[in-house]
Design a protein around this ligand. Structure first.
Ligand SMILES: [Zn+2]
Length: 80
């Protein structure tokens, strides 16, 4: 199981979206228990999601800028 696929699913789970086909909560948690990199990634993604929630509260009327912020944060998170 590639970490990239796991992280896509973790991101979906954090957003309350459906998991990609073939992945389950159990599978994610099983991978996390054996992969420190993905555990760190999830912790960071969770912190980003909290930041985005705060930013969204401040820019409620401007959803386009929230989307841009989200895309920027996500691509930064994916790069490192
Ligand atoms: Zn991993």
């Amino acid at each position: 199981m590639h970490c990239a696929r796991i992280r896509t699913a973790l991101s979906a789970r954090l957003d309350g979206e459906e998991l990609p086909p073939g992945l389950t909560d159990r599978r994610l948690d099983c991978h996390l228990s054996g992969c420190a990199d993905c555990r760190h990634w999830q912790a960071r993604a969770r912190a980003l999601t909290a930041d985005i929630g705060r930013a969204a509260a401040h820019t409620e009327r401007d959803t386009a800028s929230v989307d841009a912020l989200l895309a920027g944060l996500r691509s930064r998170a994916a790069l490192d």
